[in-house]
Design a protein around this ligand. Structure first.
Ligand SMILES: [Zn+2]
Ligand SMILES: [Zn+2]
Length: 381
C-alpha cells in the first residue's frame, strides 16, 4: 500500500519541509501541520487508509464551500489513487512492479524501503504497510539541517581534503547527498558494577645515609549502580557502524512521536536487526565505559591492581527510532568514501578521497618552492 500526500488546495505533491516542520506544497505554498497518525494507519487496510486520508486533510478551519470542494476533489483523487493502489497491489501479488499512485509509472523499491521518491514524477511515496507493528518506530528526530546546510558542509569538507579528485565537489555529487532516516535502537540499561583490588602508596625518604622505601598496601573496592539512558545503536545493516557511532551525539529531547508524514521526501529503510540482536554489542560498549569510569575513581595511589570485576546488566527498555542523516557514498579507485552529516546538529564525518594526480602536483609545488628558496639563498651568498 503506497501512501502519497496530495495538496488539498492544488493537488500537487506535498513533502515535509525541514524549515517549516510541516507538510509543504511547493506549487502553491500550502502547508499542513503534522498530526498524530490516525489509528487506522497503524493497522492498514485499503478502506481504512482512504478514510484516514480524508480525516487528515479535512481541517475544521476550512469554510463549508472549501471543504465541499476539497472533499469532492479528494474523493476524485482518492478514487483514482485507490484504483491505482489496488492495481498496484494486484500487480505486486502477481510479482509485477508496483505503480506510483501519482503518475502511474512503475516504481522499483528495495525490499526494505519504507519511503522513496518516484523516479518519474519525484513524488514522495510511503510504503505504509512496511511501517506496521514492530516495524513502526516509536519516535522520530526530525531534520533540522536542510539541503543548503548539507551542501555548504559538503563543499567545506571537500575543500579540507584539498587533494580531492577533480569534479568530486561538483554539482553531480552535490545532488547525490541524500537525506535519510536511519533506524536505530535506543537502549535504557541499568548496571551494577563492582571492582576490587590492591593498591599501594610508596613513600621514599632518606634518614642519615640510608634511603628507605615504605610501601603501604590498601584494599580498594568500588560498588556502583549506573543508569544509562538512550544508548544508541544503528539497526541498519548497510550503514557502517563506525560512521553511525561517530555522528553521535543527537539531542534526543527533541524527538517527536512518530508519524508517517515526517517521512515524505526522505529515504527510509526498515531496520535489519531486532533489539535483542544488538544488545550484546551495546552491553559490551557500555561495560567498557562503566569499567573505565569505575577504575578512574580509584586515584591517589602509586599502583592499582584490579583483581576482580563483576557486572550485571538489566535492560529496562529498547525504543525503535529514526534519526536524521545527510549521506553520500562515493566510489573512487576501488574504495568507497563516505560523507555523513548529523541531520540535527550538522556534525560531519568521513574522509575525502585523495587524488593521486593532485597529490603529485602538490609535492611538485613544494619541491619547487624549496628549490626557489635554495636558489635565493645561493644568490644571497
Ligand atoms: Zn498546493
Ligand atoms: Zn510518480
Amino acid at each position: 500500500m503506497i501512501l502519497h500526500f496530495s495538496c488539498p488546495d492544488c493537488g500537487a505533491d506535498m513533502a515535509y519541509s525541514i524549515k517549516l516542520g510541516k507538510l509543504y506544497c511547493q506549487h502553491c505554498e500550502h502547508s499542513e501541520d503534522i498530526k498524530p497518525d490516525p489509528e487506522q494507519w497503524q493497522n492498514l487496510g485499503g478502506q481504512a487508509m482512504d478514510q484516514a486520508w480524508t480525516d487528515q486533510f479535512a481541517g475544521p478551519e476550512q469554510s463549508a464551500d472549501q471543504t465541499q470542494a476539497a472533499d469532492q476533489a479528494q474523493t476524485a483523487d482518492q478514487t483514482q489513487a485507490a484504483d491505482q493502489t489496488q492495481a498496484a497491489d494486484q500487480a505486486q501479488a502477481g510479482g509485477q512492479p508496483q505503480v506510483c499512485p501519482n503518475c502511474g509509472s512503475p516504481i522499483e523499491a528495495s525490499s526494505r524501503a519504507c519511503s522513496i521518491r518516484c523516479p518519474y514524477c519525484d513524488s514522495s511515496l510511503i510504503l505504509a504497510d512496511r511501517l506496521q507493528r514492530s516495524m513502526r518506530p516509536a519516535m522520530i528526530l526530525p531534520f533540522r539541517m536542510d539541503s543548503e546546510a548539507a551542501r555548504q558542509a559538503f563543499l567545506k569538507w571537500c575543500h579540507k581534503g584539498r587533494f580531492a579528485p577533480r569534479g568530486f565537489a561538483g554539482s553531480k555529487n552535490l545532488k547525490k547527498i541524500r537525506p535519510v532516516y536511519v533506524p536505530y535502537w535506543l537502549y535504557d540499561l541499568d548496571l551494577d558494577l563492582s571492582v576490587s583490588g590492591i593498591a599501594t602508596k610508596v613513600n621514599i625518604y632518606v634518614s642519615g645515609d640510608t634511603e628507605y622505601t615504605e610501601t603501604s598496601f590498601y584494599s580498594v573496592a568500588r560498588q556502583m549502580q549506573l543508569d544509562y539512558r538512550n544508548v544508541p545503536h544503528d539497526a541498519s545493516e548497510k550503514m557502517d557502524d563506525t560512521v553511525m557511532a561517530k555522528v553521535q551525539p543527537y539531542d534526543f529531547s527533541q524527538m517527536k512521536e512518530f508519524a508517517i508524514p515526517y517521512l515524505a521526501g526522505f529515504e527510509t529503510d526498515q531496520r535489519d536487526y531486532a533489539d535483542d540482536e544488538l544488545l550484546p554489542l551495546v552491553r559490551e560498549q557500555v561495560g567498557v565505559y562503566a569499567s573505565t569510569f569505575a577504575r578512574s575513581t580509584i586515584s591517589g595511589y602509586s599502583t592499582v591492581n584490579i583483581k576482580q570485576e563483576d557486572s550485571s546488566f538489566r535492560k529496562i527498555s529498547a525504543k525503535y527510532v529514526y534519526l536524521p542523516l545527510w549521506f553520500i557514498s562515493y566510489p573512487y579507485q576501488g574504495k568507497e568514501y563516505v560523507f555523513a552529516m548529523n541531520g540535527q546538529t550538522g556534525k560531519v564525518i568521513g574522509t575525502p578521497p585523495l587524488s593521486q594526480l593532485k597529490t603529485t602536483g602538490w609535492f611538485a609545488l613544494i619541491s619547487g618552492i624549496i628549490f626557489a628558496i635554495l636558489l635565493a639563498g645561493g644568490l644571497l651568498l
